[in-house]
Write a protein that binds this ligand. Sequence first.
Ligand code: G1P
Length: 301
Amino acid sequence: MADFENVTKAVVPAAGLGTRFLPATKATPKEMLPIVDKPAIQYVVEEAVSAGLLDVLMVTGRHKRSIEDHFDVAYELEDALRAKGDEERLSQVQELVDLATMHYVRQGEPKGLGHAVLCAKQHVGDEPFACLLGDDLIDPRDPLLKRMIEVRGTYGGSVIALMEVPREQVSLYGCAAIEATEQDDVVRVTDLVEKPPADEAPSNWAVIGRYVIDPAVFEVLENTPPGRGGEIQLTDALRTLASRGSDEGGPVHGVLFRGRRYDTGNKLDYLRTVVQFAAGRDDLAPEFIPWLREFLDQAGS
Ligand code: G1P
């Protein structure tokens, strides 16, 4: 097995305006919208940590201060919980501070996901890194990132996560042309297109929001012109890396993900995710599920 550097850092782009959730996101970052009682961004940081990535850089923008506060010490709250003797909530609040070493950098202008990743250049340096998009939640029972890091360890280069979607949905995602490898769940990526029309898509394997990226991406991003939507696209930079040899930052492999993924990027998917998470919670499900059944029965009659 080739000897590739360890992946230790995670980059989490969180600078988007969240316009799809206005007015909720006028003064609250969309990453802080709760999935039951945890903000979506916390699940993402927990996922990075459970894949062994304890150094997390968040790429934020204006009006994102509450994300920093969420992962920081809250003295007054801790004092109040301590005074009440509420040890359980106190430790929940304290554990968040020790979860990971958090770093923040701002993306001054919203120039796209590729540009957000470029903002991580100085912090990441010359190491491979993971990138996790906050709109996608991956079920902890179906660990994906660990497998992607393993695949990077075998092949070097970059690794993306691919999920099979119905043809008519490919235009919502980056889409990959792929070739089989000797491993069932790993493919070689030969081409990538950002949000292609269904009839031009090279496959129905969609890019989902988990990446392990070779640092060569930074030089590529610096030279990547704006693509779809007038934005600098990470997909376009990865496409360039996919055509390169291992001495120039390539290749790109894909891990085929068949586990549970939850989308929080639009209202309907967000609602589905909240219901699924609530239905999976031991403290809520015994009351929530019978209520939901009754509610649906009544709604259907
Ligand atoms: C981004 C990427 C896209 C990817 C998607 C996954 O798009 O640009 O390639 O398929 O995330 O969620 P966005 O959903 O941010 O528009």
